[in-house]
Design a protein around this ligand. Structure first.
Ligand code: 6PG
Length: 279
């Protein structure tokens, strides 16, 4: 098996710095290649330090954010001002904006705060939970709408799926990635590119979810997996141990060439000693 690139950071600050460096390089490559960059962000707690760092003056000037489009790898089916909303997390930490407002989606600049990124509001692509909730459309409606937006905006990869320049991914202790949970066998096929997923019962937060389908991970030019904390060492040991079964542990789908795993030391304690790593 051609293994992914595995990088072990010294501590949380080092992990955030290396992740920020990776994001900047991926954006620069995309801007050279196609004049714009499309990134799918992840929710959860692990990317918070990365988002905070990217929004700092020293980092944010390194990227022409005007030409970057921000998307969401997954979202909880909640309104955008709900504390569990991934959009809210990104807005408050990365963009430095107040609650998302549809009035800013007209191409005008967002209300970026002193530490936020100056991404044009029309380049921010939230999963339309707000509209779906307002119209009573439900998660399936939001998934369809997001899929249509992705297909219209992104180039198509060889596998027919929209091709992101970078997808950021976290890993749950149960091995989920995005909102692809253990047992989500149907998501592994050729169904819709954005799926509505029932609220997980075994892990919180217990909201229905919207998620990119796994084949978008294959279609992406780059995937960066961020994992931190001793609580993730067991799942790392499952992913990198034999024999990988994506149905039981979806994170195994990312054990392949072309993906970068950036772990902190505590999570990396689960790696088998035989794997080549960078420090
Ligand atoms: C979400 C995420 C999810 C997350 C993992 C890891 O919206 O919940 O996209 O897949 O990345 O659960 O979460 P932590 O970083 O909080 O451990």
């Amino acid at each position: 098996m051609a293994e992914p690139r595995i990088v072990i950071a010294d501590d949380p600050d080092d992990q955030a710095e290396r992740a920020a460096g990776h994001v900047v390089v991926a954006i620069e490559a995309a801007l050279r290649r196609r004049g714009r960059a499309d990134i799918a962000l992840s929710g959860g707690s692990t990317p918070v330090a990365l988002y905070r760092l990217l929004a700092q003056p020293g980092w944010r000037v390194r990227v022409d954010w005007d030409r970057v489009h921000l998307w969401f790898g997954d979202e909880r089916y909640v309104p955008p001002d709900h504390p569990d909303s991934n959009l809210l997390l990104v807005e408050s930490i990365l963009l430095g904006t107040s609650a998302y407002s549809s009035q800013t989606r007209d191409g005008a600049r967002g209300t970026s705060g002193p530490l936020g990124l100056n991404v044009p509001a029309s380049h921010i692509h939230p999963v339309p939970t707000q509209e779906a909730i307002a119209q009573g459309g439900g998660p399936a409606w939001a998934a369809e709408r997001y899929a249509a937006e992705l297909s219209a905006e992104l180039p198509q990869a060889a596998n027919g799926a929209p091709a992101f320049d970078l997808i950021l991914v976290g890993v749950g202790p149960d091995g989920h990635i995005l909102s692809i949970f253990p047992g989500s066998l149907t998501l592994l096929g050729t169904g819709p590119i954005v799926a509505a997923v029932p609220a997980p019962q075994h892990i919180g937060p217990h909201h229905p979810r919207l998620t990119l389908a796994p084949r978008l991970l294959t279609a992406a030019a780059d995937v960066l997996v961020l994992v931190a904390g001793a609580g993730k060492a067991p799942v790392i040991s499952t992913v990198f141990g034999p024999p990988p079964d994506p149905a039981a542990c979806p994170a195994v789908l990312l054990r392949r060439e072309g993906v970068t795993w950036l772990l902190d030391r505590s999570a990396a304690a689960g790696l088998p000693a035989t794997l080549a790593v960078e420090r």
